[in-house]
Design a protein around this ligand. Structure first.
Ligand SMILES: [Cu+2]
Length: 139
């Protein structure tokens, strides 16, 4: 009886270790391992799920020949929407291999969104006005 209980406790301990390792492996960035994201329960929605249009977590205004905010920090999985309202047309083009997916058309007036699925620092510019630059940090 006692032997049996000891054995199952050991099995349980092994499972906990495995689960902990698994969780640590999933968190990706070791620096962020301590800050576990607290997820709020999703509110029950009666509206139809939109697959195309994701909710914007950050809006970057594109006007007066600049992005504002030029530097911003978001969380993995969040979506940034650039809102173009300048006199001149602009775009959003990622700098470097990692930011290759960031590639908007040239927009006069309108919006363009991008969802960041990997943590990192993403730099971008306007290919028409390379002095216009911005950075999105994804944690
Ligand atoms: Cu521009």
């Amino acid at each position: 009886m006692v032997r049996h209980r000891a054995a199952s406790a050991r099995v349980l301990a092994g499972f906990v270790v495995a689960a902990t390792l698994f969780a640590a492996g999933c968190s990706g960035d070791a620096d962020n391992a301590a800050s576990t994201t607290t997820r709020k329960p999703r509110p029950v929605s009666t509206t139809t799920t939109q697959t195309e249009h994701k909710p914007t977590n950050l809006t970057v205004e594109v006007s007066d020949m600049k992005y504002s905010p030029a530097d911003a920090t978001i969380k993995v999985g969040q979506t940034v929407t650039w809102k173009f309202s300048d006199k001149a047309p602009h775009n959003v083009q990622g700098i470097g291999d990692k930011a290759m997916g960031i590639n908007s058309p040239i927009i006069d007036k309108g919006e363009w969104s991008y969802t960041f699925t990997q943590p990192g620092t993403y730099r971008y510019l306007c290919s028409l006005h390379p002095d216009m630059r911005g950075t999105i940090t994804v944690e």
